[in-house]
Write a protein that binds this ligand. Structure first.
Ligand code: ATP
Length: 420
């Protein structure tokens, strides 16, 4: 294995000192146990690229959970152990450090989760997705700072290439198709020609992947700085159509993504808002089919439906001289992210103005007087009470009531009219 490059100095320059102290301690404690610990994956890649990344993954030749326990001693409250996966997470100052036992994987069938057996660092690196993610840095004993790069990831980083490790990689796990496009677009790299050829060959394998795993990958793309780059590429390659038939990524959707960023600045748009914009042009039947195929959680599925319902109301919202109360009743109860998606996507200025008024002012409007106040004022439980509450709220929304006294006056008037 190529182990000639030492990155100890780079670790010291790029990572916060307390984190470096922790990594050195982890390396020493592993050596105490006659084990070896390594930093692996994205942090190594980003260190070589000169990018900040403190999401540390440690691979242990030995027993990762036992090492994490030994390392933290009595501070066991800072460890979370996932028994099912035999992994541990340590909270150290502001950072989370993941401990995983080095393992090799075999795939019983395409798209299934792999069978795992403990193994060496080299086998662990060779089960990974791309060469640029298959590097490690030693932490124990003399290997501190040593780069382990059995798949020539450093060369591919320099050449700006995304390369899989073997020809069946996308068949074993076709979520790597989405991952490959994400890294390619994030770093401005290219899928090397053979990898691209295999990716195109294996696109149909995406159908074997569970909805949950696809959604995870799509969410990861939404967290990128420019998700549209990934979807444009996926559309051109025919990958997006496998995500769900009928989903396209045209210039309108691209423009909507960039508007979402402008509107949400300085924050990033939520992944939910991107879901709504990606699927904005789909009709409700196609959305329902997608919701079942991907088994989308209710937190996404309901706003997707709301988004279509709000879209169906755009022409009503554009009516001349529409009153705030009417806008409120047309939109009340729908997810605000669905309203925001329509603000971004509608081409009608009048509809947008109504949606913005709702979003910025109306949706939070409440009357001061409550049902119990009305009961105290002698109104009896029943339809009249409900009618009064509606009338008070409408008066508030339409600017006809701005104080408790104004609301009481409305009630008194209605009581007087009722007793006539
Ligand atoms: P990011 O910067 O997107 O977080 P990362 O490299 O840290 O990138 P993770 O998704 O956190 O990515 O995964 C950690 C590492 O696990 C990756 O670097 C890669 O080596 C490996 N990995 C993750 N997913 C797969 C996969 N589907 N197949 C093979 N290896 C994978």
């Amino acid at each position: 294995m190529n182990a000639e490059i030492n990155l100890a100095e780079k670790l010291g320059q790029k990572l916060p000192p307390q984190l470096v102290d922790f990594l050195q301690l982890a390396g020493r404690k592993a050596a105490d146990r006659r084990e070896k610990a390594y930093i692996v994956g994205g942090v190594v890649r980003d260190l070589l690229l000169g990018l900040d990344n403190y999401d540390i993954d440690l691979t242990v030749e030995g027993d990762a959970v036992a090492l994490a326990r030994y390392l933290m001693g009595s501070a066991s409250d800072r460890i979370t152990i996932h028994k099912q996966f035999n992994t541990a997470k340590i909270r150290w100052h502001d950072w989370n450090i993941d401990f995983v036992t080095a393992r090799s994987e075999t795939y019983a069938s395409p798209g299934a989760l792999p069978e795992i057996t403990p193994s060496t660092l080299e086998a662990d690196l060779k089960r990974r997705d791309f060469t640029i993610n298959a590097m490690a840095i030693g932490l124990s004993g003399k290997s501190y700072g040593m780069l382990y790069d059995p798949c020539n990831g450093k060369r591919d980083l320099a050449d700006k290439k995304i390369r899989i490790l073997h020809d069946a990689s996308f068949i074993d796990d076709s979520t790597r198709i989405w991952r490959g496009l994400r890294y390619e677009q994030r770093f401005g790299f290219e899928l090397e020609p053979h990898t691209l050829q295999l990716l195109q060959r294996d696109i149909p394998m995406l159908d074997a992947i569970s909805g949950e795993r696809i959604c995870y990958e799509i969410d990861c793309i939404f967290k990128e700085q420019y998700p549209e780059k990934v979807f444009k590429r996926a559309d051109r390659l025919g990958v997006l159509n496998r995500f769900h038939p009928g989903v396209k990524f045209d210039m309108h959707t691209e423009e909507r993504f960039s508007q979402a960023r402008e509107r949400c600045c300085p924050d990033s748009p939520s992944t939910l808002l991107y879901w709504l914009l990606l699927t904005y042009d789909l009709d409700i039947e196609t959305k329902e089919a997608m919701i079942s195929r991907l088994r989308l959680p209710k937190l996404i599925a309901q706003p997707l439906r709301d988004c279509s319902a709000v879209k169906d109301r755009l022409s009503l919202l554009a009516a001349p001289e529409i009153k705030p109360g009417e806008i409120y009743h047309l939109l009340f109860g729908y997810s605000l992210q669905a309203v925001l998606a329509n603000i971004i996507a509608t081409e009608t200025e009048e509809s947008r103005a109504a949606l913005c008024l709702y979003m910025e002012k109306l949706h939070g409007v409440k009357a001061i007087i409550t049902g119990s106040d009305l009961l105290e004022m002698g109104v009896t439980q029943g339809p009249l009470l409900k009618k009064m509450l509606d009338a008070i709220l409408d008066a508030r929304l339409n600017g006809k009531a701005s104080s408790r006294e104004d609301e009481i006056a409305i009630v008194r008037k209605m009581q007087a009219e009722g007793s006539k």
